[in-house]
Design a protein around this ligand. Structure first.
Ligand SMILES: Cc1ncc(COP(=O)(O)O)c(C=O)c1O
Length: 412
């Protein structure tokens, strides 16, 4: 009899696959079966699985030095990486703090915002997801399950309304949500006590909903008027995912702080906080840090990733494949009107059905019958998100859409 697994059972899993290796848009299980991975491992595999340049950069760096804690000494990839990030992030983001995970980078942004403004409170939006540590849990309202049994959660976090994407009059919906934010300042926390507002340019876990431009402009205006810092969470939408290097580039706003993780190092655990220089200069030296901050292998992976995604034509492929994907998915709406919405930017695409059971059946059919990995998102689990590696080819998009079409036919 097989002995019981010694692994914690706390993780939920999208598939039961045991992966032996990965290459490009595919993962290969221990039985040698190849699966088309349209999750990119929940988005980090921007350059695909085990991109040769990323692998070489990590291996070369591993031979030179695995660990060089920033608090003890620096190493020779830190400054080049900060320079490269300054080239690709929005104007005004000039200083960089490195850490290991998305949760840590969001927590770091909140710490610097609180310390430098000397204000206690943070405003987030309904349906956002920012992580699973206690503070980031308090900032996340995409699913009650992520919070269940873990309270009490830290205070100082206020949740403002986010425009409902399904309301036909989007202009009034945006105004309604902005009035809700103004009301929050009147009824829950004065704006003068708010250190930062944290915004996702595409709200990810609620179901890949692009944040309306007028809403982002209204939030930025309120930040300016009240001396509140604007923290942009680009953890899932950054590094080319939406066809722009960062999703916020589609908007005429300048973030004060930018949180980056997931796609930054092609799956190597790494995260970066970009800051306006004057904010960084007021962050008290020695008041934050960690043993793994700026790990040299992670920096090597990030530099190689940035080299790949800044190659001429790379983002054009994201835009072209994104258009190919959304056009094909929109055509399928004629096949089955349970497929209610198709939305997205670049390769951050969502298909929303009228119920969670149908999405579960479709994801399962694609996996079992076609070896295509898709995953769900959204508060009501009615959404399937499409986030292949950004190197995906036209024929791989066709393969995934054809699996999905077959799944719609078989599950209807
Ligand atoms: C926008 C956003 N922020 C933060 C996180 C937290 O990332 P992680 O799950 O890697 O901690 C996620 C994860 O999905 C995310 O989408």
């Amino acid at each position: 009899m097989a002995s019981p697994s010694r692994l914690s059972h706390v993780w939920s899993r999208v598939t039961d696959l045991q992966v032996a290796r990965g290459h490009g848009c595919y993962v290969v299980d221990t039985d040698g079966h190849e699966y088309l991975d349209f999750t990119a491992g929940i988005a980090p595999a921007t350059t695909g699985h085990s991109h040769p340049r990323v692998v070489k950069a990590i291996a070369d760096q591993a031979e030179r030095c695995v660990h060089a804690p920033n608090n003890v000494y620096t190493h020779d990839l830190l400054e080049p990486l900060a320079d490269r990030l300054a080239e690709i992030t929005p104007d005004g983001i000039e200083s960089f703090f490195f850490t290991t995970s998305a949760d840590e980078v969001i927590e770091s942004a909140v710490k610097v915002a609180r310390q430098t403004t000397a204000r206690p409170n943070i405003v987030v939006f309904d349906g956002a997801f920012h992580g699973r540590t206690h503070l980031t849990m308090a900032m996340s309202t995409s699913r009650a399950l992520d919070r269940e049994g873990y309270g009490p959660l830290p205070g100082g976090v206020y949740v403002a309304p986010f425009p409902d994407p399904h309301t036909s009059d989007q202009e009034s919906e945006v105004s309604r949500a902005l009035r809700g934010l103004d009301r929050l300042f009147l009824t829950q926390t004065p704006a003068s006590e708010v250190a930062a507002i944290v915004l996702e340019p595409v709200i990810a876990e609620r179901g890949y909903i692009p944040t309306p431009a007028a809403f982002i402009a209204g939030v930025a205006e309120r930040c300016r008027n009240h001396g509140i810092l604007l923290i942009v969470d680009e953890v899932q939408s950054g590094f080319g995912r939406t066809g722009k290097m960062f999703a916020i580039e589609s908007h005429d706003v300048q973030p004060d702080l930018m949180c980056m993780a997931k796609g930054i190092a092609s799956g190597f655990p790494f995260a970066a906080l970009g800051l306006r220089r004057e904010i960084d200069e007021r962050w008290a030296p020695g008041s934050h840090g960690g043993s793994f901050d700026g790990n040299p292998m992670a920096c090597a992976a990030a530099l190689a990733t940035i080299d790949v995604i800044t190659e001429p034509g790379f983002l054009d492929n994201v835009v072209a494949r994104g258009t190919q994907l959304t056009d094909a998915l929109r055509n399928l709406q004629q096949l089955d009107n349970a497929l209610q919405y198709v939305r997205g930017r670049g390769l951050m695409v969502a298909t929303e059905f009228d119920g969670p059971d149908r999405t579960a059946a479709i994801v399962d059919h694609c996996l079992r019958e076609h070896r295509v990995i898709l995953m769900r998102a959204g508060t009501r689990k009615r959404t399937i998100r499409w986030m292949p590696p950004l190197i995906v080819s036209s024929s791989q998009i066709d393969d995934a859409v054809s699996a999905f079409t077959d799944a719609i036919r078989h599950t209807g």
